[in-house]
Ligand binder design. Structure first.
Ligand code: ADP
Ligand code: MG
Ligand code: MG
Length: 251
């Protein structure tokens, strides 16, 4: 599904290398987690995969289903089935949440050569999905994320994900700033979307999210590289011992 080889990335306007050779392969239906200290390059990895401006790829490759992601603009990546839930969801004043979602769904359908979703069908689907995420009708009508609480924004990100039905979902610290109840809602939303054909990369600072979203593989990232890969136990180990031992081992 997702194959990253020796990915090296620097800031576009600064001589600062952030990713120093990342290797990561995620198979169809797998859930991988990346943990790591602040500043290790986790968000940068997700930004580069989604095509955000400001970064320059200086080496390596990233493909989704064999197609070169790094060569595509963000819309093409989304049409191919890549979705990124941001650590800080953006507010879009003046654009209703429902309108935004319908436009996004139709843009994706168009890019795939499919017919537009009818208004009635769209309403039916969005109401269903919003209900499971405890997003009420009023939140659907408000401008995207404007005035939403932290938890509401994150739930709204998962709603976007549910509506777009991507095959590769990247969640960047979707749990940060969430209380236990909101985290459970978000996790339940993600778990409901798990399927054979859909893969997840869950970036998190805390092991507790991985109690809810059980990963198949856990990677530890530090200083622009993945320094260790293991099973779910690796997350527990890090939670107990911190990163210091791993960093020392790696150095
Ligand atoms: P993480 O998500 O693991 O906390 P980031 O990818 O956000 O790490 O950041 C990795 C490093 O790159 C940090 O040292 C951060 O300060 C730096 N960095 C990332 N993006 C930028 C940017 N746009 N401008 C300046 N520094 C940046
Ligand atoms: Mg950070
Ligand atoms: Mg980050």
């Amino acid at each position: 599904m997702l194959e990253i080889k020796n990915l090296q990335v620097k800031l576009e306007d600064e001589d600062k290398q952030i990713l120093k050779g990342v290797d990561l392969t995620i198979g169809a239906g797998e859930v991988h987690a990346i943990m790591g200290p602040n500043g290790s390059g986790k968000s940068t990895l997700s930004y580069v995969l989604s095509g955000k401006d400001g970064y320059e790829v200086t080496g390596g490759t990233a493909t989704l289903d064999g197609e070169d992601l790094l060569d595509m603009d963000p819309e093409e990546r989304a049409a191919l089935g890549l979705f990124l839930a941001f650590q800080y969801p953006v507010e879009i004043p003046g654009v209703g949440n429902m309108t935004f979602l319908r436009t996004a769904v139709n843009a994706q359908r168009k890019a795939r050569g499919e017919e537009e979703i009818s208004a009635a069908e769209f309403l039916k689907v969005i109401r269903e999905k919003a209900k499971t995420l405890k997003i009420d009708a009023e939140m659907l009508k408000r401008p995207v994320n404007v005035g939403f609480s932290g938890g509401e924004k994150k739930r709204n990100e998962i709603l976007q994900m549910a509506m777009l039905e991507p095959k590769m979902c990247i969640l960047d610290e979707t749990d940060s700033g969430l209380d236990v109840d909101a985290m459970k809602l978000v996790s339940d939303g993600v778990n409901a979307l798990r399927s054979e054909g859909r893969s997840f990369l869950v970036i998190t600072h805390y092991q507790r999210l991985l109690d809810h979203i059980k990963p198949d593989v856990v990677h530890i990232m530090a200083n622009g590289r993945i320094i260790k890969t293991g099973g779910p136990d690796l997350a527990l180990e890090v939670e107990q011992n911190g990163y210091a031992d791993l960093l020392e081992e790696h150095a």
